[in-house]
Write a protein that binds this ligand. Structure first.
Ligand SMILES: [Fe+2]
Ligand SMILES: [Fe+2]
Length: 167
């Protein structure tokens, strides 16, 4: 059996994030439906559109390396998504629901940021220059989404906002 290389690891990780993005694409509309605030709904829907573009960029990377675009089950993202579903279930109709949705979404973003940071650096090491730019485009969108979620989280965790509901 041939010794495994960084190329193998790169392909493995590319398949992992490809699978993850497809799961995220299915989950974002559910999060938009569950969100109570219009800003939250809008943020999830906007990121759903971005995610479609991210999946296309990943397909371009598969093309660059001459491999078929195929995902590989990512248990990490499945775990993060099922925790989010649990929160929707346990906190529906509560003032804490949006805070919970945002925290789940941030766990997703941080996973993606970790993956894209790594893939971008490996693509550079392996000489896939065009792939570096594609990963960076995805990475920048994840970073911006994470920051937007932080702002929304501060709004929804704002005690004034919570009091309004109680009064
Ligand atoms: Fe993504
Ligand atoms: Fe994302």
């Amino acid at each position: 059996m041939a010794e495994k290389t960084l190329d193998d690891l790169f392909l493995n990780t590319l398949k992992d994030i490809y699978f993850a993005e497809k799961q995220i694409l299915k989950t974002l509309p559910k999060m938009a439906r569950a969100a109570q605030s219009p800003e939250g709904k809008a943020a999830f829907l906007k990121h759903k559109d971005e995610t479609e573009g991210q999946i296309e960029r990943l397909q371009q990377v598969f093309e660059i390396i001459g491999k078929p675009a195929r995902g590989k089950t990512c248990e990490a993202i499945q775990g993060i998504i099922s925790e989010g579903e649990e929160i929707i279930e346990e906190f529906k109709d509560s003032v804490a629901l949006d805070a919970g949705l945002i925290s789940s979404a941030q766990a997703v973003e941080h996973y993606e940021i970790a993956r894209y940071g790594t893939l971008k650096s490996w693509a550079a090491q392996l000489g896939y220059t065009d792939a570096v730019a594609l990963f960076d485009a995805n990475l920048q969108e994840e970073l911006a989404t994470d920051q937007k979620l932080t702002e929304l989280g501060e709004m929804s965790a704002n005690p004034k906002g919570a009091k309004k509901k109680v009064a």
